[in-house]
Design a protein around this ligand. Structure first.
Ligand code: ADP
Length: 271
């Protein structure tokens, strides 16, 4: 009997309750609509390349590609579309796990060491792109964050991957600054840049400035959404500064790890 919801004392209270309830309903509807849109987008993103693959395979089987060069070209196209589809499915699985509230494996991570690691990898990727690109390590402070090493590596790699994709020639610079309680990680390029009006939408799932170009470069349209999720899961955030035709700078802020006095897990300097 005592556990019953107490009867509101005044009409005013009922009105507040109804308002709160309606707000909750509206929010639920919004989540549901977002989810529906996501599923529709995913279906579309999967269907388009599958249709292309299907028709190319059909043409191959009917002998429509006459010369060995034409056949080799068709097979190369098929192989790269399949590779892109696999990346798309991997990215989707990661985001679905994120939506389901996947917990990260936290440990003290020396971000400067991780950046150095990714920098070496970036040099290899830049060379493999066949474009005249120079990858540089700019300013690098030492900094430890409490984070998931694999996810943080992926965050930096996604930004580096974009910098390589969207820079026809020039320079890519990785930097790390430490400033009152925060680490600022920057990936800067001298590439094609991003129009002002597109910048607020970049981190949305499947948003691309130029759909055809992204696809041609093997993009999934999910790289930056994943970057944003990883940054936010670490209590940080991500920002972009860019000028069309000049280049872009992606900036990730992460809180520096402040070990508590009782934390003896080692590796970090005291706060
Ligand atoms: P994608 O797989 O298409 O690269 P992302 O989510 O990683 O998807 O990025 C979304 C879009 O943002 C890209 O399609 C591209 O238009 C733009 N973009 C991202 N990084 C850069 C960059 N460094 N320079 C120019 N444009 C970029």
């Amino acid at each position: 009997l005592t556990r019953r919801i107490p009867k509101p004392a005044a009409d005013d209270e009922i009105r507040h309750l109804v308002e709160a309830f309606n707000e909750m309903l509206a929010r639920l509807e919004e989540v549901f609509r977002d989810q529906q849109r996501f599923v529709a987008d995913v279906s579309h993103e999967l269907r388009t390349p599958l249709t292309t693959l299907q028709s190319t395979v059909d043409l191959l089987r009917r002998g429509a590609f006459e010369t060995p060069e034409q056949q080799a070209e068709a097979l190369t196209m098929i192989a790269s579309e399949v590779a892109r589809l696999k990346r798309l499915v991997d990215d989707l699985m990661l985001l679905v796990r994120a939506d389901a509230g996947e917990t990260l494996q936290y440990e003290p991570v020396e971000l400067d060491m991780l950046l150095l690691d990714v920098y070496r990898q970036a040099k290899v990727l830049a060379r493999a792109s066949g474009k005249p690109l120079e990858v540089r390590l700019g300013h690098e402070d030492q900094a430890i964050v409490r984070g998931d090493r694999d996810r943080l590596r992926q965050l930096i790699l996604n930004l580096v991957d974009n910098a390589i994709k969207y820079t026809p020639e020039g320079r890519i610079t990785l930097s790390l600054y430490r400033e009152d309680g925060w680490v600022r990680l920057e990936v800067e390029d001298t590439g094609i840049g991003i129009p002002k009006e597109a910048q607020p939408h970049l981190f949305r799932r499947f948003y691309r400035v130029d759909r055809a170009r992204s696809r041609e470069l093997g993009g999934t349209g999910l790289g930056l959404a994943i970057v944003q999720w990883i940054a936010e899961a670490h209590g940080g955030y991500v920002d972009v500064e860019s000028e069309e035709g000049k280049g872009s700078r992606f900036i990730v802020y992460l809180p520096i790890w402040q070990p508590s006095p009782r934390d003896h897990s080692g590796g970090a300097e005291a706060a």
